[in-house]
Design a protein around this ligand. Structure first.
Ligand code: NAD
Length: 458
């Protein structure tokens, strides 16, 4: 751990030299990051395949392509975003000029999860660099090929006093050690359970933080929805990364009269996307480890299997599975599923769904399939969630023009695009006071000055 402390102290020193604040330094490093990723694309895809059996298409679309879009946007807009803003002046402070300086926080800590092990540390890193910070990165130890590759490509190409991957295979001991250091900002992506630990630790040093957490994201389908299209988009979003996606539709609420039709369509669509021999599909990833696999298998007893349900422990494989007749108070409806099992519940009218969803923890995402615009507005008005996609799944996360984050127990703070620059930036208020005049109003003795003050401040 001595290494970590040395890096931390050296990064503090570099930060206070103001080198990382230089706009050209930031842009050059973002460009370099893009170049390094381009040069290592095949290795990244290979590591993702080894860790999660992600296909090259999925790996590129969800972990690399999205990073290029972010990098391009930051490189293009950074000069504009980082400009000091001149703002209006309060008459009270005359003579003076007022500004908002875009100050980086300092040395930030980025902690990543296993499910998108490359993208979910690189994306916040882009924000950290863009805003002018130094960063220490701790990838998830559960995806070891990607973690080791990240260590190699970052540490071999960048000054370690600027950005560094530390102990990529270290577990919670390393994270605990890191959380005792007085970082200037913490960006954590992971489970609600660990998020609480991180926030508690951060509170000891009053460290500001972003928590990108998970939860149970509902997917609601009413009888006006275009069912075949809905099924196609749900199957894609749910079974991407074998369901190990923080914004995956966790469970379905379907209007009673179309339930059977939806089930048929979902089944048909699974077979179209992954073939009749599901296990041999080159496009369907695997569960991250045995612990997670066992947890998921246990959920199968919480309902009746309508489709799927086969598994192979040695291969960490679990079918894309549709579960119906969900038992009351079962675990599958209490915990985030984070795997390829889709429970299907039915409802009669929208009020039931709204009441169910609003009694639960605030979800990270909410999906609603409907052609009825007043029902869509009702859902948007009466529910709270980190984000919403209407008539599709996942895609609001993939836009660099939409801030992405949770609310309540699904997290706090949001990033992507300009929001990534903002979240790693402290807006420092600065007044530059003129010295050519002084009005004695504010100084004691006050005598009758309050009358004048009341005229000014009315
Ligand atoms: P996790 O919380 O188990 O691990 C995340 C990180 O925390 C890892 O780097 C791990 O080393 C560290 N960690 C684990 N236990 C710890 C402990 N006791 N003390 C300190 N550090 C600890 O999460 P995971 O299983 O890797 O990822 C899945 C979870 O992440 C899901 O809940 C998912 O919804 C969430 N997630 C959220 C987002 C988002 O953007 N909101 C994205 C991806 C994943």
């Amino acid at each position: 751990m001595k290494d970590i402390l040395d890096t931390f102290n050296n990064q503090k020193e570099l930060f206070y030299s103001a080198k990382t604040k230089d706009i050209n330094f930031r842009i050059n490093n973002l460009k370099k990051l893009k170049k390094v990723i381009k040069e290592n694309e095949d290795k990244i895809l290979d590591a993702l395949y080894k860790d999660l059996r992600k296909s090259n298409f999925e790996g590129f679309a969800t972990e690399i392509g999205i990073i290029y879009s972010e990098l391009n946007l930051h490189i293009k807009n950074l000069r504009k975003w980082s400009k000091t803003e001149k703002v209006k002046n309060s008459i009270i402070n005359f003579p003076s000029k007022s500004y908002v300086y875009k100050d980086p926080y300092g040395v930030v800590l980025i902690i990543g999860p296993f499910n998108y092990p490359f993208q979910l540390v690189i994306s916040p890193l882009i924000g950290a660099i863009s805003a002018g910070n130094c960063a220490i990165i701790k990838p998830s130890e559960n995806t070891k090929n990607t973690a080791l590759l990240l260590e190699k490509i970052i540490n071999e190409n960048f000054n370690e006093n600027f950005i560094k991957v530390v102990n990529p295979l270290g577990g919670k001991d390393v994270v605990s050690y890191l959380l005792n250091l007085n970082f200037d900002y913490i960006f954590f992506t992971g489970s609600v359970k660990v998020g609480k630990i991180v926030m508690e630790k951060a509170s000891k040093n009053l460290i500001p933080l972003t928590l990108e957490l998970g939860g149970k994201s509902p997917c609601i389908i009413d009888n006006s929805a275009k069912l075949t299209l809905a099924a196609k988009r749900i199957v894609w979003g749910k079974f991407l990364n074998a369901g190990q996606t923080c914004v995956a539709p966790d469970y379905i609420f379907v209007q009673k009269d179309i339930k059977d039709k939806l089930l048929e369509e979902l089944k048909k669509e699974i077979l179209i996307q992954f073939g009749n021999n599901l296990k041999s599909s080159p496009d369907f990833p695997r569960i991250v480890n045995l612990q997670s696999f066992s947890r998921l298998k246990n959920y199968l007893k919480d309902g009746d299997i309508y489709f799927g349900g086969n598994s192979d422990e040695n291969d960490l494989y679990l079918d894309p599975t549709l579960l119906i007749n969900i038992k009351q108070n079962s675990l599958i409806m209490e915990e985030e599923i984070f795997g390829p099992i889709l429970p299907i519940l039915e409802y009669s009218n929208l009020d039931e769904v709204i009441s169910y969803v609003t009694k639960k923890d605030k979800p990270l995402a909410l999906y609603y399939f409907s052609e009825n615009s007043s029902s869509i507005e009702r859902i948007l008005n009466l529910t709270t969630s980190g984000g919403v996609t209407i008539n599709d799944t996942i895609i609001h996360v993939a836009s660099s023009y939409l801030p992405f984050g949770g609310v309540g127990s699904s997290g706090m703070g949001s990033y992507h695009g300009k929001a990534s620059f903002d979240i790693f930036t402290h807006k420092k208020s600065v007044i530059k006071r003129g010295t050519f005049a002084e009005f004695p109003l504010r100084f004691a003795p006050y005598n009758n000055k309050i009358n004048l003050l009341k005229k000014i401040m009315k």
